[in-house]
Design a protein around this ligand. Sequence first.
Ligand code: AMP
Length: 552
Amino acid sequence: MPHASPLLILLVAGLGLAFVLGTVANRLRISPIVGYLLAGVAVGPFTPGYVADQHLTLELADIGVILLMFGVGLHFSLGDLLAVRRIVLPGAILQVIVSTALGALVASLFGWPLPSATVFGAALSIASTVVVTRALQERRLVDSERGRVAVGWLVVQDLVTVIVLVLLPTLAPELRSGGPALDPAALAGTLALTLAKLAAFFLVMWLVGRRVIPWILHYVAHTGSRELFRLAVLSVALGVAYAAAALFGVSIALGAFFAGMILSESPLSRRAAEESLPLRDAFAVLFFVSVGMLFNPHVILSAPLRLLGTAMVVVVGTGITAFAILRILRVRTETAASVAAGLTQIGEFSFVLVNLEIGLALLPVQARDLILGASILSILINPIVIASVQRVVRRREEPERAATPPPEILRAVTLTGHAVVVGYGRVGRLVVDGLKRAGVPLLVIDESAESLEQLQAQAIETLAGNAAGEDLLRTANLAAARVLFVAIPEAFEAGQIVQQGRQANPALDIVARAHFDAEVEHLTKMGASTVIMGEREIAQAMLAHALRAQQG
Ligand code: AMP
């Protein structure tokens, strides 16, 4: 029998185990990331049994990083990025400096010389993009204020990392020996070259990419082949990321982010996001498996205090620093707390930095285990930090709300006998038009604030956000509503909305949208009064047209 390839075994073992342990974690109501990391430890070289190929895993994880950042870019325009520049540019740079100093302080307690302690600190100052973007996408916060600040912050951190990565080899001899005076001209030259390459990348993307990439996708979309469209999306995301790294020395993550951002202006961006979704999720899981694999659990026993100190810098140090900086920059307390909570972990950039630093003999090998250990601990603690911060924020907001209710809640509550329309897209728009003509009082909910703008201009009540989330529907005064239209295409979320609607008002007329028979069944079970199956209605209209034509 021919041997299965290492890649195939890795996919089977890595993804399979991640699936099993992720499900167990889900069952225990903890983040599935815990399961993915443990799956990595299990197939890693430091535990008995099957050992997966580390290089392969890391390479596959890169694809996850690319697709995640591409997806974030698709929700982000250059305008969004520029809108937060006054916060993220000074904020992220200052946070990196303070976190580096804190890390250096802790490392000097290990007895490491100052230069080593400083480069160790630098590796602790950069958060993992994967962890933040996953958390944002899970909660659909990329489009929110905190989402924009967080992503802007990551982009600046990413740029700082690129510069540090390029400068370190030039600085290394000086840092190692403290000896021969550094050649400032050489350093300035390297810095100038790096900045010039970054500028060249942005310029090429802006001048060429912004025209060529949407053109390619439009062309392919018109061929009508879904397969070709998917291929085009993947080729663009992977191709730009690779070119950014290979030609311009930009990180693959940043390259992919820009590829997505360029497409975000195109009407095809939503389809592009949908088509890359399943692959993105699978490869993002491999990212966590690869982190788990690199970890040597032995460090927990051999250097527990060092590990704890390192993790404290990341979780407590960076968290408080980022929060304080955001507050100084006059960001709202709630936004500042959420963004800071998201940043209290480290990941891929730290591994790249620490590997380079060990390679340049700037750090002892133990530093890698400490960084990996701190990364795993901080990624494990991260969801708990985010959840607790959210709880505190909500508690703070509640008394405030009682005192001065935000306008949308007041508006929603004053409506009675109204119709609530969830989803203002192809279906929702038509429903809203009809209700408007009939003079029915209306509340429209959509997660994209932009699509609601035109309604606000017509003085129609709106709520922006994910209606399947916990809080939004509660403010829609469903108890006094007459009918709820759930006009979104995704049946799983529609089911959650229907269920909440039914709980809020047992007598409510709930009309939902479906595309498959199984969805009709699911939505009915969740409590919908009527489920309209799009495909069936289309078929009936087609048939009626044909029969009419025949008679005529
Ligand atoms: P369409 O498929 O063209 O009818 O568009 C669906 C609309 O529903 C889009 O405008 C989405 O932004 C919106 N939408 C989808 N899911 C949700 C959700 N869970 N909560 C609120 N709006 C949603």
